[in-house]
Write a protein that binds this ligand. Structure first.
Ligand SMILES: [Fe+2]
Length: 317
């Protein structure tokens, strides 16, 4: 067989069925102009298509999500991507498990498999290229040498441009049921959890420590989007920029324990968050991560400011 010049196959765990990427999200918000301003200032590449905002990252061809208008902020759906030769097996799995297939949402052109998860959230599995990383995200840090100035002038600090969507954290009524559904149906694996409070799941074909996470609430809902950046400076500069644009509420700088990423969360105009994340742990397709169940006060963050009072408030409840 002739190899396509320059083509490198995505990482894959042979012989096992699981989605490889969180391909796309849809979120509804009450005011698209407000959303456009917030996400543009955050550093994302925001376009418009068919009455929705499109959410991309600069220098990356992937469309990470769409944002439409609705009466209030509400999670719409998540599309997960699978390898083409796995899609029939997924279809058979759904049927064997008695999970009802649904039509795609109005206006969404798709031939993927649509169904509800354990909480009634709309989920799709479709064939798409692997957009989750095949290697650990790079963190740049350069210490100045002796006799050398380390920091740039403040006026010369570049704007923070996230490189890709890292993960989504959802609220769920039942963390145990979320783990059961996303592992048995979508073929993801549990990375770590803290009792029934929070759980982190990764893709088996090589992904960050979490592609999706679930936190306990009395209703489903969207908590945050996380965006990968390349340095601690990127996190700090992004946070400062958002502060200057009036988006002062948030949490950071800090470092998580589960996932290990450095973070700063900026609260969006609807009470949920967008996270600048750097240096998250990576689980290669060839590795079996030893998942653990961690005590609440020893799992959330290694260091950082006090957690804002409404950080885990579900504004969709
Ligand atoms: Fe996160």
């Amino acid at each position: 067989m002739t190899a396509i010049k320059g083509y490198i196959a995505p990482s894959r765990r042979p012989g096992e069925l699981g989605v490889h990427s969180l391909d796309r999200f849809h979120l509804a918000v009450p005011d698209l102009a407000v959303a456009q301003n917030f996400y543009r200032e955050f550093g994302l590449d925001i376009g418009e298509k068919g009455g929705c905002l499109t959410v991309g990252t600069y220098d990356h061809p992937h469309l990470w999500g769409t944002i439409g208008e609705g009466p209030r902020k509400k999670h719409g759906y998540m599309s997960f991507a699978a390898f083409e030769d796995d899609i029939v097996a997924f279809s058979e799995r759904l049927q064997a498990m008695g999970i009802k297939r649904l039509d795609p949402p109005a206006g969404v052109d798709s031939n993927g498999l649509w169904f509800h998860d354990h909480d009634g959230n709309l989920v799709e599995i479709k064939v798409a290229a692997k957009s989750s990383p095949d290697e650990k995200s790079r963190l740049s840090f350069r210490a100045a040498g002796p006799g050398e100035r380390g920091a740039p002038l403040r006026s010369a600090m570049p704007r923070t441009r996230p490189r890709r969507l890292a993960h989504i954290l959802m609220f769920t009524r039942d963390v145990g049921k979320a783990i059961a559904f996303y592992t048995s149906v979508l073929g993801m694996r549990l990375s770590d959890r803290s009792g029934d409070n929070i759980a982190f799941l990764h893709g088996i074909h090589g992904s960050d420590h979490h592609m999706i996470a679930f936190a306990r609430s009395n209703a489903p809902g969207h908590h945050h989007f996380s965006w990968d950046v390349g340095s601690i400076d990127d996190i700090g500069a992004g946070a400062m920029h958002m502060l200057g644009k009036g988006f002062a509420k948030g949490w950071g700088l800090g470092r998580h324990v589960l996932g290990s990423n450095y973070f700063h969360y900026v609260q969006d105009p609807w009470g949920s968050f967008s996270e600048y994340s750097a240096d998250i742990d990576y689980i290669p397709a060839t590795a079996d991560w030893a998942s653990g169940d961690h005590a609440p006060d020893d799992s959330f963050y290694a260091w950082g400011p006090n957690v804002p009072e409404d950080f885990v408030h579900n504004y969709e409840a």
